[in-house]
Ligand binder design. Sequence first.
Ligand code: GLN
Length: 227
Amino acid sequence: MVRVPEPVIGVLALQGDVREHLAAIAASGAVARSVRRPAEVDEIDAMVIPGGESTTISKLADEFGVFDPIAKRIAGGLPVYGSCAGMIMLAARILDGRADQRAFGGIDMTVRRNAFGRQVESFEAPVTLDGIGGRQFHAVFIRAPWVERVGAGARVLGVLDGRERARRAAGEVAGSVVDHNAGRIVAVRQGHLLATAFHPELTGDQRVHRYFVEMVRKAMGRHTTEG
Ligand code: GLN
């Protein structure tokens, strides 16, 4: 039997909830590694960009000399999953960003930072993701962005569910606020890139990470047979 090696997935470890992603990856059939040096960027098969603060991640990526190496690998086909701040880092266009903030880009989408506003800095709501079966995700949003527009290259995987289910799942959050945001895009995929506005790494639900590991395996398989 041919033993297929587990993909090595780096978590960008400059700021944010790195530990939670490392654990979720390790539990999803891949080798997890933290990455913060340029040489480490070369040693991974894929990357996760955690939630945190995109302005800080952008600044530290520059300071640690990994911004350009990562951008280059993304352009070269490195599979990347970004949650929340990580989603912002994968956006081609950012609204309400800081003037000096940079993103790696790669997903043809316009993302609005802190889009849900002060009323709902943090909330939870059910989300269904296209291509991931089973029950709805109990999605946790923390000062999350939303995707305001996607271009032709990007595919919407999930939108915020409104109505009755959101009211119940959101608990302390007023249903009308969630309803108001129903239909907002919160998960997107473009080829080897995946982004969610919410944090599956915080809820112990590994389906998004497993889906990503599967994306990585497919990307590696293609590489082996074609290259
Ligand atoms: N508001 C943060 C930003 O702009 C994202 C928040 C998060 O990742 N939980 O980067």
